[in-house]
Design a protein around this ligand. Structure first.
Ligand SMILES: *[C@@H]1O[C@H](CO)[C@@H](O)[C@H](O)[C@H]1NC(C)=O
Ligand SMILES: *[C@@H]1O[C@H](CO)[C@@H](O)[C@H](O)[C@H]1NC(C)=O
Ligand SMILES: *[C@@H]1O[C@H](CO)[C@@H](O)[C@H](O)[C@H]1NC(C)=O
Ligand SMILES: *[C@@H]1O[C@H](CO)[C@@H](O)[C@H](O)[C@H]1NC(C)=O
Ligand SMILES: *[C@@H]1O[C@H](CO)[C@@H](O)[C@H](O)[C@H]1NC(C)=O
Ligand SMILES: *[C@@H]1O[C@H](CO)[C@@H](O)[C@H](O)[C@H]1NC(C)=O
Ligand SMILES: *[C@@H]1O[C@H](CO)[C@@H](O)[C@H](O)[C@H]1NC(C)=O
Ligand SMILES: *[C@@H]1O[C@H](CO)[C@@H](O)[C@H](O)[C@H]1NC(C)=O
Ligand SMILES: *[C@@H]1O[C@H](CO)[C@@H](O)[C@H](O)[C@H]1NC(C)=O
Ligand SMILES: *[C@@H]1O[C@H](CO)[C@@H](O)[C@H](O)[C@H]1NC(C)=O
Length: 838
């Protein structure tokens, strides 16, 4: 039934058995195995290509499987014929290859009953997903008979008994999630037998006994979650192979809270260089926090609360520059809190409560700009609250109660938090009506102030000092301003003389060799004639400034040449110089370009000025984008610089917002959207360039450009071969290709085995190996973003539909992208709130 030539290209059952093929398979099922959402009909899942009749043995096994389950809602009624439908897609939850079952996927079906041991007969089974049912009984030990088993998702059921050690016989096991069941017994050593295991979640059960030391040697394990069990003993100090540096360890999450662990926190944890989250809270760990924790440079979450830890906070903790949460509350830690914690700029939660910390509250904590929650209650801190807290606006949970603090509470804190945040500090004042601070002395004339008032007196002297400082500062500012004015005058004078010098030197052939002047070719330009028109923006230069700027060629296109021009004052702009005879007449050009110059949107490259030279040369001046184009950002970089999904999605949404503005607000067709003319600013925000240029061209030039799209051909909608005129839907096609480019990391201009990118993606998806299309870099986070990848892929394929009418419009694209990943980063918020519509 599938006769396409792509069929064998990625057919995993094809004879070739090299490593690459295996690596592909490894990635293949990552998402499918991890995500409950893959259960919804995914991309291309309607197309079941495997029409082969199910094998007798698999048919009998499925029958046995059905018999032992209780199916109150009748989902398995579709398993009714004598096996013909099993592999043709009419049996719910089954996928086959060559007549053998490879996937059983039946979550949220209300099943009870048990999982039959006959499951072990399904020799090709890769994935067993029955999570979120009411299934009881034990985990079949026959799972160990399945050499291809990769994923087992049985979480949120009522399974009891223990984990069958035979699971260690599945050499390809990648993901095992048995969380939230009623499982007991110890965790078998063999569980770490698979060298592919990267996801192990046994949380919310009643497992007891120790952590198998074998797990601490695993080089594949990435997520380990054992929280809420009854595990005990100490944690082996052999993480990362003990002291031996024996490989690359991938562990990112180590979650062991709410167990009965004892002993010290092992120092070898410091060798887990990828660790992002560690939670050991609610156990009985004792001893000091090892200094080695400070080497975990990627750590974002550190929770050691509610143990019996003692000693001081290691000074190395202030090296954890990515940390957002630090909770060591409810331990026996003592000594001072180090000032250096203020270096943790990303910290948003800091909990040190219920310890024996003494000394002062470090002023630097008041300087952490992201801090939202600070709990220092129930310690032995003394001294005043640092005034740096008077600028601490981000806090919304604050507690310093039950310490030995004194003096006035900074106004900001006193206004924001009620007295339960401050009580239990006998000498603290000013945080409620019943704790007024001693009133300040009425005048400067107080000579013999009582001891209690010494505090206030001190403060008043300080404020006198402040006044002097402010006066001095004001004077300084006046002086500096004067200096600046003088300086600017001087520079202006020198600049004009230098500019004329430059022009002279170029004419005499003594210019700067590696660069050329934008206006160089045309003699006599500059003050001699020509017209420069500015649109709104921060740049102020004259025609002469522009023509005398040093310029490097950045690229050439069908429209002309683009230069990076550096003006005399050091500012940089991008200048587009049109090829001769392709633009409209001067008058038409001017009126069209004036329209384009009014467009202002955070995701459009702003046109700042245009210049019409006396001999008909035409220049457009744009903001210069230091990060270059999306194409080079994606395809020209070292293998060590990964681009994460969040960044790619932000770019995709930016492009969609820009296109939305063009299509719906300005009624403009881009006509030429490629990753080469999506530029990136210093914060990697997408800026669409080259929009509306067709309005400046003659009709002949335009159809010529469409026909000879050259390097951009990969982005050209198929109908343009005949139509010759771009429209909204052909823009959407190009946008779809950019989405595919972001997802796959492949350029539409390089065909894959003679197949174009959209066809390649569609063919892979059709064979249900969807995950193979994604950029390998993105698969690292497949567990969390898999859903978003799939939905974005679905949208992208919708956009590149061969039939223009089937493609969505830009509003739908934007809306769907925002639904797929609604969280805006703070950067996005800033740009979208500063949107300027002309
Ligand atoms: C089997 O079930 C499907 C779906 O429930 C139904 O369409 C079909 O007619 C049934 N076939 C038989 C032989 O009962
Ligand atoms: C671990 O796997 C190997 C084969 O990969 C097998 O020989 C061995 O018995 C397994 N160990 C356990 C404890 O299951
Ligand atoms: C493990 O499973 C539990 C319960 O199903 C869930 O809350 C937790 O987030 C999972 N752990 C990880 C690391 O995803
Ligand atoms: C741990 O074991 C104790 C008895 O030893 C039991 O009361 C408790 O419920 C168990 N906790 C969990 C989470 O299984
Ligand atoms: C970590 O912190 C310690 C003590 O504060 C310091 O000596 C060391 O240089 C730091 N290491 C790095 C890599 O910053
Ligand atoms: C806190 O920030 C202010 C202003 O940025 C700075 O003057 C002060 O030195 C900082 N204090 C500490 C302790 O880092
Ligand atoms: C609290 O700190 C003071 C010194 O500031 C010390 O004398 C006292 O013993 C400490 N109290 C406790 C309970 O640690
Ligand atoms: C409170 O701090 C003062 C010094 O500021 C110290 O003399 C006193 O002992 C402390 N009180 C307690 C109960 O720790
Ligand atoms: C004080 O604030 C806390 C939370 O900030 C709130 O839960 C509590 O009800 C407040 N108490 C009073 C007496 O207002
Ligand atoms: C502050 O901590 C104390 C002691 O744990 C507690 O009683 C109080 O409710 C807390 N206040 C707030 C606002 O959380």
């Amino acid at each position: 039934m599938v006769s396409s030539k792509y069929f064998f290209y990625n057919n995993p059952f094809h004879a070739s058995d090299n490593n690459i093929e295996r690596l592909k398979l490894f990635f293949c099922l990552w998402i499918l195995m991890l995500l409950p959402t893959c259960v919804e009909p995914g991309l291309g899942e309607d197309d079941h290509w495997d029409g082969v009749v199910v094998t007798e043995s698999d048919f009998l096994a499925l029958q046995g499987f059905k018999q032992e389950l209780v199916d109150p809602k009748g989902f398995l009624r579709s398993w009714n014929d004598s096996g013909y439908g099993a592999c043709s897609g009419s049996w719910i939850g089954i996928k086959c290859a060559m007549g053998q079952v490879i996937v059983i996927q039946l979550p949220w079906k209300g099943f009870s009953g048990q999982i039959s041991e006959r499951i072990g007969q399904l020799q090709e089974l890769r994935k067993l997903s029955l999570h979120d049912n009411q299934i009881s009984g034990s985990i079949p030990s026959s799972l160990g008979l399945l050499p291809n088993l990769r994923g087992v998702q049985l979480f949120n059921n009522k399974l009891s008994g223990s984990i069958p050690p035979s699971l260690g016989y599945c050499p390809l096991l990648q993901s095992l999630d048995l969380s939230n069941n009623l499982l007991t017994g110890t965790i078998p050593d063999s569980i770490a037998n698979s060298t592919r295991l990267y996801w192990l979640n046994l949380s919310f059960n009643s497992f007891s006994g120790p952590i198998p030391a074998t797990l601490t040697h695993s080089v594949s394990l990435t997520f380990l979650d054992f929280h809420h069990n009854n595990l005990s003993g100490s944690i082996p100090n052999t993480w990362g192979g003990g002291s031996v540096k024996s490989g690359f360890f991938r562990l990112q999450s180590l979650i062991l809270d709410h167990n009965l662990f004892t002993g010290n926190i092992p120092a070898s944890l410091g060798s887990l260089s990828e660790l992002k989250e560690i939670s050991l809270s609610h156990n009985q760990f004792s001893g000091a926090i090892p200094n080695e924790i400070g080497t975990l440079s990627r750590l974002q979450i550190l929770d050691f609360s509610s143990n019996a830890l003692s000693g001081k906070l290691p000074s190395t903790l202030s090296n954890l520059s990515s940390l957002t949460l630090l909770n060591v509350g409810n331990n026996h830690l003592n000594n001072q809190i180090q000032e250096a914690l203020g270096r943790l700029h990303y910290l948003s939660v800091l909990i040190l409560s219920r310890n024996q910390f003494s000394g002062h509250i470090p002023a630097s904590i008041g300087n952490i700009s992201n801090l939202m929650q600070l709990d220092l209650s129930l310690n032995n801190l003394s001294g005043e609250i640092p005034i740096s807290f008077d600028t601490q606006h981000s806090l919304n949970i604050f507690n310093i109660s039950y310490n030995n603090l004194s003096g006035p509470v900074p106004t900001l804190l006193a206004n924001k938090f009620n007295s339960t945040s401050f009580v239990g500090n006998i000498q603290l004042c000013g945080y409620s009506l019943s704790t007024p601070c001693p009133s300040p002395a009425p005048s400067f004339g107080v000579i013999a102030s009582p001891p209690k008032l010494s505090q206030q007196h001190h403060r008043r002297i300080l404020s006198t000092k402040d006044i002097i400082l402010i006066a001095a500062g004001a004077l300084l500012i006046v002086l500096i301003t004067l200096c600046c004015i003088l300086l600017i005058c001087l520079i202006r004078k020198r600049a004009t003389s230098k500019a004329s010098n430059d022009q002279v030197s170029r004419r005499t052939g003594k210019g700067v060799p590696p660069v050329v002047g934008v206006g160089e070719v045309e003699e006599g330009s500059g003050e001699a004639g020509g017209k420069l028109v500015h649109f709104d923006g921060p740049l102020a230069f004259t025609a002469d400034d522009l023509l005398c700027a040093t310029a490097e060629i950045m690229g050439k296109s069908t429209y002309g040449t683009v230069y990076k021009a550096t003006l005399e004052d050091g500012s940089q702009v991008a200048v587009k110089r049109f090829r001769e005879k392709i633009t409209k007449s001067e008058r038409e050009f001017e009126s069209e370009v004036s329209v384009l110059g009014k467009f202002r949107h955070p995701n459009l490259l702003a046109l700042r000025a245009f210049y019409l030279g006396p001999k008909g040369e035409k220049l457009l001046v744009f903001d210069y984008m230091p990060k270059g184009s999306l194409a080079s950002f994606l395809h020209v970089r070292g293998s060590e610089t990964a681009i994460d999904w969040a960044t790619r999605m932000r770019i995709a949404q930016g492009v969609a917002r820009g296109m939305f503005y063009l299509h719906s607000q300005e009624n403009i067709i881009h006509g030429h959207l490629t990753s080469n003319n999506i530029l990136l600013d210093e914060n990697t925000n997408a800026k669409i360039a080259d929009f509306g240029l067709s309005r400046l061209m003659t009709t002949a030039a335009n159809s010529n450009i469409i026909a000879t799209a050259g390097a951009a051909s990969g982005y050209r909608a198929p109908e343009l071969l005949k139509l010759k005129k771009a429209n909204n839907k052909s823009d959407i096609y190009s946008l779809g290709l950019i989405l595919l480019e972001l997802l796959t990391g492949k350029s539409p201009n390089e065909s894959i085995n003679d197949v174009e990118l959209p066809q390649w993606v569609a063919s892979v998806v059709k064979e249900e190996w969807t995950n193979e299309v994604f950029d390998v870099e993105l698969m690292k986070d497949a567990s969390t973003i898999g859903d978003e990848l799939l939905n974005t892929l679905k949208l992208a394929l919708h956009c590149v539909d061969p039939s223009p009418s089937a493609r969505p419009d830009i509003q739908q694209v934007l809306q769907q992208l925002q639904e797929i990943r609604p969280v805006l980063s703070s950067q996005d918020k800033i740009t979208s709130s500063s949107t300027i519509f002309a």
